[in-house]
Design a protein around this ligand. Sequence first.
Ligand SMILES: C[S@@+](CC[C@H](N)C(=O)[O-])C[C@H]1O[C@@H](n2cnc3c(N)ncnc32)[C@H](O)[C@@H]1O
Length: 209
Amino acid sequence: MTNDSDAMTSADTGGAVDWDAQAAVFDEQPDHGLRDPEVRRAWAERLRGWLPGRAGDVLDLGCGTGSLSLLAAEQGHRVTGVDLSPAMVRLAREKLAGRDAVFLVGDAAAPPVGEQRFDAVLVRHVLWTLPDPARVLRRWYGLLRPGGRLVLIEGVWGSAHPVGIPAERLTGLLTPIAGQVRVERLSDDARLWGGEVTDERYAVVAPVP
Ligand SMILES: C[S@@+](CC[C@H](N)C(=O)[O-])C[C@H]1O[C@@H](n2cnc3c(N)ncnc32)[C@H](O)[C@@H]1O
């Protein structure tokens, strides 16, 4: 997402976006491409705190160009990425060439992973675009192994016409499924966004006992 709340365009509003068309420029946003070493380091530190402490299987849903997938792979995890956009998947495959990672074209709401189960399901800036988030959250939580965790990074962007999902709503949907959830505020860490932000940005971690 952009680091300027009011610079939100219709191209950022979930279902209306042609993600194939966006793919070539997607990484230009600091928090998308993670090209700035400080931004990259900030996300790597957060991810280390959210993902399992030892190497595991991470499912990155709506993986985009694979920027978080790459951080997870660099931390020793095996990654499966899923994205509806073939152009995004192509870029993710290039970004993680030679890594222990596979990328599939598919729907995050019904991930094409068969019976495979994961130590972490990681989803950044995707849930808010999907219809019926409660059903999707149940499905994602069901893809986890015992000891696994669901890691959701979401927010509310824009001031005139805000889009996204507030933390309170997300935790309200997730608590009946997962029981215990932890919310981490991300708005006040400018390093993550490549600049100050004033809107609501957060991560939610829901562990499986
Ligand atoms: C805002 S981008 C986030 C990309 C990535 N998660 C990141 O944080 O860098 C949203 C991504 O979700 C993908 N997407 C949107 N709806 C999807 C769906 N139903 N299933 C799979 N991917 C979807 C888009 O193609 C796009 O790559």
